[in-house]
Design a protein around this ligand. Sequence first.
Ligand code: FPP
Ligand code: MG
Length: 298
Amino acid sequence: MLSAVERKIEQFVADLNDKHVSSLYMKLPKGKRLRAKLILKIAGTGLSVVKTAAIVEMIHAASLLHDDVIDDAHTRRSKPSLNAIYGNKTAIMLGDILYSKGFFELNNISADVAKIISNAVTQLSLGELKDVSLSQVFNDNKEIYLEMIYQKTASLIEASAGAAALLAGKPKEIYMIYGRNLGLAFQMIDDLLDITSDSTTLGKPALHDFAEGKTTLPYIYLYEALDEQSKQKLRSLHGRMLNAKEQTWILEQMQQHLIVEKSYLEAKKLIEEAIELMEQQGEKALSGIAKEMIERDF
Ligand code: FPP
Ligand code: MG
């Protein structure tokens, strides 16, 4: 039933009566639609549910349009990003259009659903700002990292699950914990993949995040494990382009201190808690979504 959500987004965009905007929207890659999937699995396929899922995906798409401008990213889902093709101004404005139309439609759902979603968008923006500020320094504080990824990524997934529970008359808090854990684990895994997946050109990880100044969980754990001299070395490599030798040093240190394993376990713990909660509720499909997230190679 995800196709009903796609059609609803297309209809919301068509309501705007602007051919340019419709053609730009059609060029956006659709993505996994994780948030919409959760909403439908929790609340079924009634009209308000499909609308809520469409609104959340429009907000999410808007946030990625803005994020690619902020990150100066030239690819999104392995294709040129919209800002790379049409420039930053177009990407920002398409984001604003999707976001504001989503908010307009949110008014037609219910005050409680509107509150939960709009609050998450504030969190999303606070998290993005924190992510940018943190990349200017070497952050070695795990709590600060967790707060940032909660705001930047988990808040909208948590709110999606909460809004769906409200629509379905299910216990909101339980579903919100599920969404929160899923969101945190999702971002932790995304951060881990920056270290473990081979870049196509070099045949080895590019460690983009660290070069951009982002000390994600594996770097925080590595820093904790290193002796004073190596700590200084890691700090000296932060926030700049690394040569092959420097990259290899980081990867070897990570291997030696079992950092990927440690970070993976942290994500796995959150997922196991999410699975447990959903199994208690008899929500097989939702525990399945959580399982899929963690069952992959690193
Ligand atoms: C991706 O992070 C970014 C987010 C999940 C949130 C971005 C939020 C905003 C720009 C603020 C909200 C704005 C609107 C219009 C609702 P990432 O850069 O770590 O991940 P990536 O690898 O997918 O780029
Ligand atoms: Mg980004």
